[in-house]
Write a protein that binds this ligand. Structure first.
Ligand code: ZN
Length: 68
């Protein structure tokens, strides 16, 4: 299980990115919200989408669930 955070800052295209905390992500902003612990980034993204429909995986630390 890894800890995930949700960025409160919008990306240029309007997405809100979900980040994994295990390695410092260069794209993780200071204004992020802890999401909790999940088995994988897809689960974390599902959780984030409950509150923010524009949630997306971070291109840098969660590329497996990043959609363009
Ligand atoms: Zn990231």
């Amino acid at each position: 299980m890894a800890k995930y955070s949700f960025s409160l800052g919008k990306q240029a295209n309007g997405d809100y990115w979900v980040h994994v905390d295990k390695s410092p992500c260069p794209a993780l902003p200071n204004n992020s919200l802890p999401l909790g612990r999940f088995e994988n980034s897809r689960r974390a993204l599902q959780e984030a989408k409950k509150t923010q429909s524009a949630a997306n995986g971070c291109k840098h630390c969660c590329p497996e669930c990043h959609t363009k």
